[in-house]
Ligand binder design. Sequence first.
Ligand code: TRP
Length: 362
Amino acid sequence: MSTTTATSTTTATSSRLTAVERSAQVERAIEQAPQQFRVLTGDRPTGPLHLGHLFGTLANRVRLQNLGVEVMVLIADYQAITDRDSPQNLPGDVLGQVADYLAAGIDPSRAMVFAHSQIPALNQLLLPFLSLVSVAELSRNPTVKEEFVASRARSMSALMFTYPVHQAADILFCHANLVPVGQDQLAHLELTRTIARRFNDRYASEHPYFSEPDGLLSAAPLLLGTDGTKMSKSRGNAVALSATEDETARLLRGAKTDPERLITYDPERRPEVSNLLLLGALCREVSPQELAEQIGDAGSARLKSLVIEAVNERLRPIRRKRRELAGQDDYLRRILADGADRARAIGDVTLAEVRQLMHKSY
Ligand code: TRP
């Protein structure tokens, strides 16, 4: 545990290194006793899930579920209002997201899928948690800063400023002890750990109530989009899981590269070419260096053809399942209602215990 108590004074690089080491340790513990772990992860319902989600965390969730870990998947519909204001697409986006999860291999008979707005107790934890962090601490969160810049909004809403605290409630309401994340989420996880610690110090010093969750980094902590910036739907640079093979080809053909014919994996000097290699390598389950050697000096056109083929091959079974689920809205709604029922039962217990610990049970 003590290895991950990185504070805000450590640099991003060193906290990432510790997270990598810690991830390896946790992997070994999961293999030995998967039933000791409860995973909580989530995504904002901002439209179709894409390759960044698949390799960032989705594939990892499915793997953990299949190892026997309890997996809770949150559709972060309150978090989504931090950076967009068109709620009319929400019902379609949420059901689409459930379909994406199931197509990618989430099994609703084992995993729970639910949304923020369905779990009142989760949201109520935000209040005591807000009292445990300072404005200065929140101002330092690099991910929030980046998202604010990307959103091009003129001012930052108080919800956007505090959403990492809400995210701590996502994780702690169900006592999740494992959070598979991409690199950009590490700061939020560190805040969650801080909140758990401070809650215990203030209200439960004899018997710590919340345990500090561990992050689990996947092999592709940060997959870039086709323009060389973070892959994200709002930037129009992402390949959706539900895209057709032709759309996939079109998007990847337009990806930024460089004029050097010899293809090499060199993320520092050649971020765009290396990102395509990484994507192809993840799909083929080989190393990016191996893929680069196969291409040799055939240039970026060959690189792109190879990556297009690899992506379409990897996504073919997911897309087949996704097409079967499209239009089965009643079924998808039932999955969500069932997941929410189970999550609510857990959240109600936590909130009752928190109120007790805070001397608010009258
Ligand atoms: N912030 C995450 C994202 O933007 C989504 C998210 C919400 C999440 N709650 C979470 C991730 C809890 C992990 C754990 O992708």
